[in-house]
Design a protein around this ligand. Structure first.
Ligand code: 13P
Ligand code: SF4
Length: 301
């Protein structure tokens, strides 16, 4: 294993590459990445990274976002078919058709959308800034929130702002069940329950905290030593939670929420793209131009 890691480090130096990773990828990958974070943190990093090669350890919409924000870099996705089931629930054609039929509605797109969809919308958001983005839209404007009906419903409820919701969701978070939460609570009565806002509103109603993955890491860092947490999101985040907080205890939900696409990325696949410089994310220049606007509007807030 250390031979493989040495090879990755050697190739990384040779290529002058930067490795970015999402909080849900396997722990061995988080350990070799230059930066690990949530979707917002990774977008900010991609905007500022000044490297000829970016290896993006996550799913395709994230690698596309990195390409949009850093078009001069070669962005490599170690496994080309690592996609996002939620992003696949909104096609660019369907979004363009909606826009045509509803010209006065503001389209707010979660970053979990393809570049082609981003090119059709007004502003993006992540789970870390969705409330801020929605608040920035004048109260008299109608909003369509896409593609996550759960994140949309949760934001709508918190802000008391009606929004039309696209019928999409993250199957992993949508399937977090009240009974798993009740059994985790019964086993660990002193633990705080953190969930991701991609979970349905009825699950958020049972939780103590609802935050993006980056928000969870910050909240835990600030908690008192000895604190315990039930973690209601994809289990890849357990790695950083445990590593960065050895004085605290974390319990995953059962069954273990698992994103099969995030788990497709392996150390071998990272070594291979660094060696061959293949699996490059290629987007038409016009699409990059159009898709960058809603992301930059979000980042400017
Ligand atoms: P965040 O890391 O931004 O909370 O996103 C979660 C997610 O589902 C990414 O696909
Ligand atoms: Fe998409 Fe859900 Fe996987 Fe995130 S966890 S990449 S939203 S399917």
């Amino acid at each position: 294993m250390s031979e493989l890691i040495n090879e990755i480090n050697r190739l990384k130096k040779e290529r002058n590459a930067v490795i970015l990773a999402h909080n849900y990828v396997n722990g061995d990958i988080q350990d070799i990445a230059d930066f690990t974070g949530d979707s917002l943190e990774l977008s900010i990093k991609a905007q500022n990274v000044n490297a000829p090669v970016i290896v993006f350890c996550g799913v395709s919409f994230m690698a596309e976002t990195a390409k949009i924000l850093s078009p001069a870099s070669k962005v490599l996705l170690p496994v080309m078919d690592a996609g996002c089931q939620m992003a696949d629930m909104a096609s660019a054609q369907a979004v363009a058709d909606y826009r045509k039929a509803n010209p006065d509605t503001v389209l707010v797109a979660y970053v979990n959308t393809t570049a082609a969809v981003k090119a059709e919308v007004d502003i993006c958001c992540t789970s870390a800034n969705a409330e801020k983005v929605v608040k920035s839209i004048p109260a008299d404007k109608k909003i369509m929130f896409l593609p996550d009906r759960n994140l949309g419903a949760n934001v709508s409820k918190t802000l008391n702002r009606p929004m039309e919701l696209w019928p999409g969701c993250c199957p992993i978070h949508d399937q977090v069940l009240a009974c798993s939460i009740q059994s985790a609570r019964a086993k660990h009565p002193a633990a705080k329950l953190m969930v991701h806002p991609e979970c349905p509103p009825e699950i958020l109603a049972l939780a103590d905290i609802a935050l993006s993955t980056g928000g969870m890491l910050r909240a835990v860092r600030e908690a008192a030593p000895g604190s315990e947490f039930i973690v209601g999101t994809e289990y890849g985040i357990m790695h950083r939670l445990q590593k960065e907080n050895p004085d605290k205890t974390f319990y995953p939900l059962e069954p273990l929420p698992t994103c099969r696409d995030m788990k497709k990325i392996t150390l071998e696949s990272i070594r291979d793209v660094l060696a061959d410089l293949n699996n490059e994310v290629i987007l038409p220049a016009e699409m990059i131009e159009k898709a960058r606007r809603p992301i930059e509007r979000m980042l400017a807030l």
